[in-house]
Write a protein that binds this ligand. Structure first.
Ligand code: DX5
Ligand code: ZN
Length: 213
């Protein structure tokens, strides 16, 4: 079953609680984009916002770390009670250690990679993670255009999964909308992370119903 994850970066943050409650019936997870202004050219949420989100919903929370020092944040995120931590392969020389730390805390560990990073960089870690997130935009902002080449990566990941009998989930983040959603699902996505596609979508109920089946 396809899952919807709502990236609150595209929500009206002055009404965060009502925004979350408005989309809650149609989604499965909240996606929190944590950016540090170093790894990506934008600054976003930190721990107080995570606390606030937790007070607004019981849905699982995915912390997408777009920071140069993920090792500074993993412990704290675990303590604050996120359900999944997603780390960029480009950001640590100690990916195995971090993934192990997350898994030992009984939290889902996802690995992700920028559009310009080849899939084969995941070779050593892929059997240890719960999922792989394919970035279909260059990280930093909501509302960007889907990079069509990402579809090849999604298909290849799906192929590997079948060929080697692995069970990681495939998640896709960036630029997904009502027009390209079918192609993304057909390519092999299990989880669709959407900012604009959820918070600025008048037909969210229909879309969610159609893809949750
Ligand atoms: C981009 C973020 C995405 C983004 C998705 O750096 O990681 O999660 O908020 O937003 P849309 O769906 O609007 O591209
Ligand atoms: Zn994200």
């Amino acid at each position: 079953m396809i899952k919807f994850s709502a990236s609150i970066l595209a929500a009206d943050l002055s009404n965060l609680k009502s925004e979350i409650q408005r989309v809650e019936p149609f989604i499965d997870e909240i996606h929190l984009d944590i950016m540090d202004g170093h790894f990506v050219p934008n600054l976003t949420f930190a721990y107080p916002i995570l606390d606030a989100v937790k007070k607004c919903t019981n849905l699982p929370i995915d912390a997408h770390l777009m920071v140069t020092n993920p090792e500074f944040h993993v412990e704290k995120l675990i303590k604050l009670g996120v359900d999944k931590i997603t780390i960029h392969i480009e950001t640590s020389n100690h990916i195995h250690k971090l993934i192990t730390q997350i898994k030992n805390a009984d939290i889902q560990a996802f690995i992700t990679l920028n559009p310009g990073t080849p899939l084969n960089t995941l070779e050593e870690i892929i059997s240890d993670v719960d999922g792989v997130l394919i970035m279909s935009v260059n990280p930093g902002f909501s509302g960007q255009k889907f990079i069509a080449k990402s579809l090849e990566k999604i298909k290849k990941l799906k192929e590997w999964k079948m060929k080697y009998g692995m069970d990681y989930l495939i998640s896709v983040d960036g630029g997904i909308n009502s027009e390209n959603i079918q192609t993304v699902v057909n390519a092999g996505a299990d989880i669709l992370i959407m900012g604009y596609g959820i918070f600025k979508n008048e037909q969210l109920e229909d879309l969610s119903k159609a893809y949750r089946k």
